[in-house]
Write a protein that binds this ligand. Sequence first.
Ligand code: IZC
Ligand code: ZN
Length: 416
Amino acid sequence: MVQYLITNIGMLATPLGTSARRGAEQGRIRILRDAWILVEDGKIAGIGTGDPPLLPGRRVDAGGKLVTPGLVDAHTHLIFGGWRQNELGLKLHGVSYLEILARGGGILSTVKSTREASEDELLDKARAALEEMLALGVTTVEAKSGYGLDQETELKQLRVIHRLNETQPVDLAATFLGAHALPTEYQNDREAYLRLLCETVIPRVAEEGLAEFCDVFCETGVFTAEESRRILEAGKRHGLIPKIHADEIDPIGGSLLTKEVGAISAEHLIVCPTEGIAAMAEAGTVACCLPATSFYLGSTYAPVRDMIRAGVPVALASDFNPGSCPSLNLQFVMNLGCLRYKMTPEEVLTAVTLNGAAAINRADSIGSLEPGKKADLVIWDAPDLDYICYRMGSNLAEIVIKDGITERGWTRGLLN
Ligand code: IZC
Ligand code: ZN
C-alpha cells in the first residue's frame, strides 16, 4: 500500500456529495483551515484539521496554501487536426460563426484537416494539450468526436481518446458527436446522413465501446430539434447517454429537448429561454456553460443566475476547440464565471469540480475531496478561494496531484 499525508493546508475548499449541487446548495461548500489529507493507493483515505495522524514515511507540505479538488473540464473538442486562425480576420470583418460555416469553413474546415491527419498525429497533438491542461489543474476531461463526419474518421477520433486514456494521467470521458455538422458530401441529402448516423455509426461506436455519451449540435443551419431528438434516441437505444449543444446562437428548442430525452447535460445555453431552464430543472440536467466561448464570439452570456435560482445545477467548462474557443484554460473560465455570470467563488468551484463530474456521470468518484474519492487535487499558489477567482492570466496551480501522484511534486523535493 502506498500511503502519505498532505499537511499544512491553509484552506481546503471542496463541495460535498456524489451528485450535482443545485440552487443554494451549489454555493455551500466545505472550508477547512489548517487541514490535512491522507492519501492511500491513489484515493483519499482521510481528511482532518489540526495535528495529522502520526504516520511514518512521506509527507507533502502544502505550505499553508489553498487545496481544492482537481478541476473537471466537462466539455471539450480535444481531438482535431489543424487550427483556424485564418477565421480571426473574417470575424474582425463581421463575418459570423454560422456564416463562416455556411461558406464551408468553420467546423467543415477542421473536418478536412482531421480527415487528413493520421491517428498518431491527432494523438500527439491532443497529448500536448492535455499536458498543458494538467499543469493548469485539470485532472479529468470530456472529449468529443465530431470532426470526422464519416465513420472512419469519427472512429479514429474516438480511438485516440481511448489510447490517451491508457497512456497519460488525465482521465478522459468520450462523447460521440457525429451530428456536429452536415458533411459536404451529404449537403443535398440530410436524410441519408441521419440514417448513416443512427443505423450504422452509432451502433458501431456502441458495439466497440468507444463512447459513453452521444451529443448533437442543435442549431440553426446545423441540426433541428426534431433531428437532434432522433439522433439522441438512437444513441439511447445503444446505451449512449444524451448530451446536447443547445441554444448557443439561436433558441430552436434544444434546451426543451433535455427533459424529453433525459439529457445528462445541456451545453452553451447562451440564449436559453425560461421554458428551457424549467425543462432542465425538472429533468435534473446539468447546464454546462462555456463563458470563454461567449468571450471569444463576443456574444452575450448564458443566464446562469436564472438557472441557479430555478434549481438547475451549473457546470463550467472550457469548450476548447479550434473555432469558437481556442483556449483550454479552465482558470480563465473561473474568472469569467465570477465576472460575467456573477457567480460566487463557491458556486464557481462547485461548477468546475462536482457539477462538472456530474455532467460526465462521474460524481461518485471525483469532483470533491472526501474519503473514497480519487486523490485528484490541486495545491494552489494562493491563500484562499477568492484569490484564484480574482487573479487573471497566470497559472496559479502549483502542484497537481492525479490519482495520488505528482511527478512535479516528487522531483521538486516536496516530499520528505
Ligand atoms: O469547431 O466550431 N460550437 N461546435 C459547436 C463548435 C462550436 C466547435 C467548432
Ligand atoms: Zn461544443
